[in-house]
Design a protein around this ligand. Sequence first.
Ligand SMILES: Nc1nc2c(ncn2[C@@H]2O[C@H](COP(=O)(O)OP(=O)(O)O)[C@@H](O)[C@H]2O)c(=O)[nH]1
Ligand SMILES: [Mg+2]
Length: 360
Amino acid sequence: MKIKKFTAASMQEAAKQIKKELGNDAVILNSKQVKKRKWLGLRAEQAVEVIAVLDRESRGAKKIPPHAGEGKKKAEMTDTVQTFQPQQQARKFDLSHYKEVLPEPLKKAERLLDRAGLTDQMQKTVLSELLHSSIAAGDLTEENVTFKLQELLAEKLPSKDRWQEGIQSKYVVLFGSTGAGKTTTLAKLAASTMLEEHKKIAFISTDTYRIAAVEQLKTYAELLQAPLEVCYSKEECLEAQTKFAEYDHVFIDTAGRNFKEEQYITELQEMIPFESGLQSFLVLSASAKYEDMKQVLSRFSDIPVNQFIFTKTDETASLGSVYQVLTESMIGAAFLTNGQNVPEDILSVSPKDFVRMLME
Ligand SMILES: Nc1nc2c(ncn2[C@@H]2O[C@H](COP(=O)(O)OP(=O)(O)O)[C@@H](O)[C@H]2O)c(=O)[nH]1
Ligand SMILES: [Mg+2]
């Protein structure tokens, strides 16, 4: 990629220079009126400063004879230099060498992407798409660029219909590693379903590895005056299902301790009523590293996961790793949690809301 600043007496003159040096496929990034000093700075003349860029890999980049276009009228002349073309979005630019000459709104976009904690590759892709997006050269304002940036980021996320599904099925189960926030989140979901939608709810705990885990859920069940069954085997789980036949929603808590062991996954598959109406959520801490999230995701790959729940968004400065996981898995996020208070610290967002949070 070639990027260059041109100074000329008029836009027409600048277009001529750009065409001569960069060819017909050059794209104007930015243009502004400047004063050009002459005679040792004693006289100032109006001039225009234009930043243009040429992607060397551009398919249509043919050599143009230096005199082509000369003598044409102004309108035709400016037509020979392209503005951003949406159909070119797939191409990638490496902007790292050209940072200083980028117009301020693009520099800001770059800073925002970096602060959001996205991978270098993702930052490059999005910036490249921004350069090739339909923002015409004249519309390169901070507001337009930010808007377009959010649009491009949202496009990569799983579609809107995979996000705000709420609690719909009879059985609701949460998976995830220990400490991710499963039990707390389960209590939040159960409480809001009961208090806001006036549903009849019950709990099942299969987290029998730790006494404390059952005690924790028992406390919430007592507060909500909802029944709790602790199940150690598949048979007990089936019994509990029969017992709760009349209930609207049954919230199932699981252990996370052994998520690395295959046997644990097999156990889960046996105990959880996957065959009946079931919503399953994989709970991931938003403050976890991207690589760790990916590892958890692959451990649970044999279990049908409907949606994600990202916890502890209040504990992390950037949602970059969450964004990466969402774009790679194309599984939507049903809920985000942002604190320890039950039931209030939970929210459901759209992809657009999420991108806004990511950019904050
Ligand atoms: N700051 C914060 N802490 C949370 C959040 N969700 C859960 N926690 C805390 O994380 C810890 C582990 O939660 P727990 O529900 O027991 O996790 P589990 O092992 O997956 O069941 C507890 O101290 C929770 O209060 C959240 O959204 N924000
Ligand atoms: Mg727990």
